[in-house]
Design a protein around this ligand. Sequence first.
Ligand code: SF4
Length: 734
Amino acid sequence: MLFGRNRKNPIAIADKKVVDWTYATCGYCSTGCAIEVGKNSEGKVVASRGVGGADVNRGKLCLKGMYEHELFEATGRGDTPLLRSHIRQDFQPAQWDTALDHMASEIKRIQQAYGRDAFAVVSTGQILTEEFYTLGKLTRGLIGTNNYDGNTTLCMASAVSGYKRSFGSDGPPGCYGDFEHTHCLLAWGSNLPEQHPIIYWRLKEAMEKRKFPLIVVDPRVTMLAQFADIHLPVRPGTDLVLQNALMHVILEEGLEDKDYIEANTSGIEELRAEVAKWDPTTAYKVCGIDEDTIRNVARLYAKAPSAMHIWTMGINQSTHGSDGVVGINNLSLLTGNIGKPGGTALSITGQCNAMGTREWSSCSGLPGYRALENPDHREEIGKFWNVDPGFFPTKRGLFQTDIFPAIETGQIKGMWLVATNPITSMPNTARIRKTLEKLEFLVVQDAYVDMETTQYAHLYLPAAVWAEKEGTFTNTERRVNMVRKVTAPRGDSKSDLDIFNLLAKRFDPGQKVQFPETPAGVFDEMRELSRGRAMDISGMDHDLIEQARGIQWPYTESQRNSDDPPPVGGVRLYTQPGSFHHPDGRAKLIALPFIDNNERPDEQYPFWLNSGRLVEHFHTRTRTGKVGNNNKFSPIPFMEINPDAAATLGIRHQEYVRCVSRRGDAIVMAMLTQRVPRDMVFIPFHFFDCVNRLTLGLLDPHSRQPAFKQSAVRIETIVDQIGAARISRERRTY
Ligand code: SF4
């Protein structure tokens, strides 16, 4: 017999003959898993493995991390700059000097003709922190456009905005270790097992050791909802009503932490007056969660000795995204659940270095959480960079989602995209296509030349990918961790840092402003600028970070001098009264009236359209679409539809259907499942020319983040199934 009694372990794992392992941090999601990448004796990258001594992942990796080493050999990489020929309109290879001279002269031409802000820069959450800092210095200090933002506006802007409104500063106050202390966890619009599998493993392990209730708020029966003790299938876009109702019960029944509120917050009376309107019976009619359940959850949460929230895009990607975050913070503050073990409001970030861009890119202000609106901050950075502070704008410019409409209206004429793919990731992509066609000059800087937005570029710059370069990422729990260089950049591609530095020389030939050439040199500047700031990293350096397998900020120089190794850093924020960042040292309790402003299903478009991620893929599949062991498990776009709804429409499992909104249509394979209610369909957001042909993307008024998850669609059957399959295949072709 093949699998006899003595064959305990029939699966043999091939020996990759690794002779050299290099330390890095995973370059996909914000969990921040420590990873080692192995090379064989020929110097070929052949394996990835989790790092056992790293606190974040404790030796584990998810499907994406396990095959991350395959990225270096994946297809579609760019290895030389490409310049669009004026005569033939096709791309021609160019030398770096030619490409960057042309780029600098086009930026200057546009700025001279139309004003400094007519050239926009949109970056990412994917490059290294040292690169973000350098791009910010170049954009704010030399190019001088104020229309500069990151694609993190599509995922984390509401969390940033909500933290700032409640606590006076960005920065998640808790950590993964809180799972090991909490007595109750509320997860809002967060499907951890698929989106952040290693954080889910940490949570699951904590729940197995010390049983505590898991309450999941999500309109869809996600994988996390299936494991929940209580699932609240809230009506899309109404989380705020549920939050107000929970607070109503807590205050009505006297379950709030009066001492904590008194010592740490302001605004309780305004909040009390607003939530008084949202008794559970009234709330039920709007959010769909019945009165008894609201009361039970409010009591369970408020009576727990410590309780925490996590959330992801289900809260952030909404017209009430920022308010939803403030609502979570309100609940935490009312019950004294901030800054104590197991009591926190932890936003689970999306991209590997979304935190790095928030801290250091200067997108929304100046580096180190400084504000353009603050004259002292302008003065301080101007002096440090050797730039006239009067060169800086006095308030932030447009968000990414407002930059595209400004191209439509002719306010912006040129754009530089760094590691972002708006033709797939932005809502209403038909509109984005037309917008990109209007640009006089578009530069796309990306590791992948086959990234869909490249087809609209006038200049393409090939960038190195992930561990072809060196520097740091900051993860969801504020942990700064190292990526060491595993291998050289492909072909003639360059690290983003080198590209920024080379361009800087074209704007400042006398080199009045210094741009360190090495990542360690850049980190030294950041360290100096961080002293005394919320995100103080003055005690860190690259070697210590690697040695400690990541350090949470703040970690000051005096902590370093007094600590025994290993360094720990700031496990939690706001542990002391008066430590919030508003001028009075208090957190704000903010009243949140609910305004229902989403597109809603109607007779013509009777289904809610929901979108989200799959475990196999990351963002727009520029990477995972080319890694066999990711792509083969999820190769095509599909649509989850409830079997009862499908039966009414005459749709069978795995048939192709046409999904139609007021913006456009998409051909997708129908997957019949009870994960979605009868009035909802769900389509993953990773695929080109798919769900974002349909989305409306109304914007949150505070964060300008789009409501990707609340649009209305109808479903049409397709007679010609072979033709539909062909159209679907063509649409996902790179
Ligand atoms: Fe990478 Fe995130 Fe997976 Fe960890 S959970 S291996 S950081 S993709």
